[in-house]
Design a protein around this ligand. Structure first.
Ligand code: LRY
Length: 228
């Protein structure tokens, strides 16, 4: 990736973006709590944040000046990460600098193409589009469709099986070697060493979620160690 990048992408280059999300049922799933979590990680040096939901984006925008990657998870199977342009427009209107959208090859719920969806976002907002993909081919197609950056977010989540334990750094490296847009490493990065390895594999920036912002996940790890 050598082309001049948009300022918001330049701002996150080489840095840590923290995904501040909580699953349904988690007591932390509250817009103000998640926005404050975002402010906390920014205070600690996160170069950007990734947050889910229009109200969370709005409250996070009010608290942080760093780039906000926004998304809207609607449902929990198939294409659920910002599945349509309508979702994306609301996320952008709430203050996201970058809108993350599912860019897998799976059918979209509104029947529109990814290119159509990206074009609508670009036409109607100033937000950039981050394509969440699971394969190299999807990354290539996302760039063809007009995406401004590509993330490995959905690797391991599109098939029937359980995702592997660690991040897909092979996909990071393969995409970084082929695409002319920034490639963001995201998904199951659980240690600082894995984050470093992702940058070394060619990532433009690294997104870490669960390992930083899920006390439930961390508690489970400690409990498992004590029970062993
Ligand atoms: C697959 C999917 O829906 N990923 C979501 C995307 O926003 C989030 O649930 C993840 O937490 C995020 O990608 C960060 O990844 P990790 O939490 O593994 O560091």
């Amino acid at each position: 990736m050598t082309d001049a990048a948009a300022p918001v992408l330049t701002a996150i280059r080489g840095g840590l973006v923290v995904s501040c999300q909580a699953p349904p049922g988690d007591p932390l799933r509250d817009p103000e709590v998640l926005a404050r979590m975002a402010a906390s990680v920014v205070r600690a040096g996160a170069i950007g944040v990734r947050v889910n939901g229009v109200e969370v984006v709005r409250r996070t925008r009010a608290l942080v000046k760093t780039p906000v990657i926004g998304l809207w998870k609607d449902g929990d199977e198939g294409v659920y990460i910002t599945p349509t342009a309508r979702h994306a427009l609301d996320v952008a209107a709430a203050g996201a600098d970058i809108v993350a959208v599912d860019a897998t090859a799976r059918p979209r719920p509104d029947g529109r193409t990814l290119a159509d969806t990206v074009a609508a976002i670009h036409r109607q907002t100033e937000a950039l589009v981050l394509a969440d993909v699971s394969t190299v081919d999807e990354g290539l197609a996302a760039v063809d469709a007009g995406a401004d950056a590509v993330a490995t977010t959905l690797s391991g989540y599109t098939g029937p099986g359980t995702p592997p334990a660690g991040p897909d750094l092979e996909l990071v490296a393969a995409l970084a070697g082929k695409l002319g847009v920034p490639v963001i490493a995201e998904g199951r990065i659980h240690t600082p060493e894995q984050a470093r390895a992702a940058l070394d594999a060619g990532a433009w920036a690294v997104v870490v979620g669960t390992a930083i912002t899920s006390p439930a996940w961390l508690t489970g790890r400690y409990r498992a160690a004590l029970a062993a």
